[in-house]
Design a protein. Structure first.
Lengths: 113, 113
């Protein structure tokens, strides 16, 4: 296993467009997390899944954001009607259910023009 | 509401000397603390962690100290090496309330040769 992967690595879009990001966690990990990181800040928690169940969502996650993990493996994060303020690095991480240590992917950098 | 604070944006240390990175938290429910290291264009990688039932955890050149009464933890790197130059994030989680992890803003460490 090569770790957590994210696709695409970079996305440039125009304001108002929808974008979807994918995360493939480490195969035996049943927890999956999404974070957003902006310049000079640490990762901000968005949401997390235990298997296919979405257990918690941040207040940062507006109605325009939706995340899914349909089969408890890969996950998608969709942003509808993107705004310039959505420009950030979107990080995905996964972990075992018995551990706090999270393994991060390289992130998807979103630029909204 | 910053629950995890890293008040030093950057730190510069001479190779071979000790690096001390500090972190303060406000939520007394946090019971697990982690340090992550991040190189440019990569996701954060786990470095070391400590449970709230301990006050020290050591792993090679890295030691984390936890002072629960002061709600303060620190990461000591000794001896520091140029390859340690990176951004270090302090993170905390409340395992009884779910596994959401809150990150600090990070401290950029420069180790000069």
């Amino acid at each position: 296993d090569t770790g957590v992967s994210q696709d695409p690595r970079h996305k440039i879009t125009k304001r108002g467009q929808n974008v979807t990001f994918r995360c493939d966690p480490i195969s035996e990990h049943n927890r999956l997390y999404w974070y957003r990181q902006t310049l000079g800040q640490g990762p901000e928690f968005l949401t997390y899944f235990q298997n296919e169940a979405q257990l918690e969502k941040s207040r940062l996650l507006s109605d325009r954001f939706s995340a899914e993990r349909p089969k408890g493996s890969f996950s998608t994060l969709e942003i509808q009607r993107t705004e310039q303020g959505d420009s950030a690095m979107y990080l995905c991480a996964s972990s075992h259910s018995q551990g706090n240590e999270q393994f991060f992917g390289p992130g998807t950098r979103l630029t909204v023009l | 509401d910053q629950q995890v604070k890293q008040n030093s944006p950057s730190l510069s240390v001479q190779e071979g000397r000790i690096s001390i990175l500090n972190c303060d938290y406000t939520n007394s429910m946090f019971d697990y603390f982690l340090w992550y290291k991040k190189y440019p264009a990569e996701g954060p990688t786990f470095l070391i962690s400590i449970s709230s039932i301990k006050d020290k955890n050591e792993d090679g050149r890295f030691t984390v100290f936890l002072n629960k009464s002061a709600k303060h933890l620190s990461l000591h790197i000794v001896p520091s090496q140029p390859g340690d130059s990176a951004v270090y994030f302090c993170a905390a989680s409340d395992n009884t309330g779910g596994f959401k992890t809150i990150f600090g803003a990070g401290t950029r460490l420069f180790v000069k040769a």
